[in-house]
Each structure stands twice: as structure tokens, then as C-alpha cells.
Design a protein around this ligand. Sequence first.
Ligand SMILES: Nc1ncnc2c1ncn2[C@@H]1O[C@H](COP(=O)(O)OP(=O)(O)OP(=O)(O)O)[C@@H](O)[C@H]1O
Ligand SMILES: [Mg+2]
Length: 318
Amino acid sequence: MYKAFFNLTRNPFELTPDPSFLFPTKRHNEALAALYYGVRRHKGFVVVTGEVGTGKTLLLRCLLQLLKQSKDVAYAYIFNSLLSPTEFLQYILADFGLPVSGKNKSELLFDLSQFLIARGSKKLTTVLIVDEAHHLSTEILEEVRLLTNLETAEDKLLQIALVGQPELDEKLDSVGLRQLKQRIALRARLDSLDEIETKGYIERRLRIAGASSEMNTLFSSQTLAAIYHHSRGFPRLINTICENALISAYARESRTVTPDIIEDVAKELRLDVVHSPETETDGHNEIDVQRAISALLDLYSASESDAMPPEARSSERK
Ligand SMILES: Nc1ncnc2c1ncn2[C@@H]1O[C@H](COP(=O)(O)OP(=O)(O)OP(=O)(O)O)[C@@H](O)[C@H]1O
Ligand SMILES: [Mg+2]
């Protein structure tokens, strides 16, 4: 509703994770590279964790976009992790296009192994991607461990990416799951943005939405500082604040989002009661992903001005 008023071509702060808006911070690059490199190099098992609203689902959508470019990759994407072990397997097989009805757990496992062996013999890549993996029960994580065992002498047949909130790390650290933890080949962690990144993040979103020349008049540096203060650099919160601030400025017929608009929005959203999470020690693996990072940066700089094509967007499943 405010797009015409601010000369924008699209909504800059929509909450749907849209890969064309990716702002590649160092951590987002590392995590995406770990996911992509893990899958393409058949590393087996990759884990990415991050606080609420830090861009995990967005990264998975970026990963899927990259994987869709290769004909030799098939993936199952699970984002409902509140499933029983049998339902979990059914969901995976169904996503790979295999028949599931009337089959018990061992039949499902047998069919999955056959499918993976057949694909593996043709040197094809098969991936299981689980979003919201912090919800996975210990039972299902044990199933995941068994799936990581599906390998030949030379190669892992199923690449697995688990992505979830920090509780996933805690689960994987538990004694009962130490066997699974040992199998993690690559691990990355997302976090909130710092102040400079927050500014760059907002600028990039506005630019993609068509606001290039008006950026400085729309959000002054004091306004950006107030957004950082109230969002603590959490991308989803930044979006919510900015979206509400644009609506509020529009209602006041103000072409500029002033710092007091941000204060009002923060009060309405009760952001003063949000605490920043405890600072975690940097658990990043020092992983050899520099080549993958630069390949991804090339890919995303190419799409800097291009919005994601509508057909790709409509094929998203969440
Ligand atoms: N690096 C980024 N660049 C651009 N947008 C981002 C980035 N990180 C997060 N976002 C945006 O922030 C919002 C929240 O991201 P997303 O839904 O991916 O978070 P999440 O980590 O999956 O959260 P949750 O733990 O609640 O599932 C989305 O609108 C997403 O597009
Ligand atoms: Mg998510």
C-alpha cells in the first residue's frame, strides 16, 4: 500500500524468506557454502544452527535454488519435524517420488536403500534436507544416524543437512547421540547481524525494492541506529520494524522514516521486552570452503539486480 508513496517496486521487508533478498554476511556465506559444498562433495552430514529469525530457512531456499540448477541432484525437503519415525521415512520416500502406501518401516527402508544404491551407481547426488531439525525426537535422530550409514566403500549415498535452532546443537551434544555427532562433516552457525551489517542489510533490501536514489532520505543514519538498537541485528525483527515503520511513515505522509517512528514501532511491538540471546562462543569449524564461498558470491552478485523468477518462487513449498 505504501509502495507508490515511497517509489518502491516491491515490498522490501516481506517476511517470506526470498533468496533474491539474500544479504551475504560472512556467516551466511559460510553456512551456505558448508551446505552446498557438503552436498556437492558428498560429505555426508552437515549441520547448520542459528537463533530464531537469523536466516536458516532463507539459506535452505538458496541451497535449493542452487541444487535445482543441477540435473543430477534429487532432494527431499522436510520442514515438519514433528513426525513419528515411520512417518519421517514415508515423507522422505514420497518426496523422492517413491510409493509409500501400505509399506511398513523395514519395507520403506529397503526401498530407500535400493533407490539410493541405484542413484549412487549412476553417480547421482541424493539429499535429505531437514529444516526445524531442533524439533526432531531422539528416536528420529537415531533414524538419521542409520541413514548416514547408507554408503558404499567409496561414497556416501545420502547427503543429509540438518538445520535448526541452537537446541539442535544441545541435542547433538547429548551422550545418547554422540555417534551421530561424530558423523558431522561440516558445521556452521548463524547469528544476528552487527550494526554495520544491519545497515547494509536494510540498504540492500531497499535497493532491490527499487529505492536506490532515495535510500538516505528514507532512513537516516540515526534511524538505522535506532533499528539496530531495537532489533539487535536479528533479521526477522529488522524486517518487522522496518515494515511497520514504513506503514507508519506513510500514514503520517512523511517521506522519511524518523528515529521517533522507530521508537513508536518498537513500543507497539513491545520490543523492549526482547533480550538479546547470550553470546555464544564461536563454534565455527575452520572449514575449507573458500572456493565454494567465492562461487556463491559470484552467483549472488549476478542475481543482485534480478528478482527471483516467478516460476521459481511459486515452486517453493513452504
Ligand atoms: N542474510 C539475510 N539476507 C536477507 N534476508 C535475511 C537474511 N537473514 C534472514 N533474512 C530474512 O529474515 C527473515 C527470517 O529469516 P528465516 O525465516 O530464514 O529465519 P529462520 O532462522 O529460519 O527462523 P526460525 O528459527 O524462526 O525458523 C526472512 O524474512 C528472511 O528473508
Ligand atoms: Mg526457519
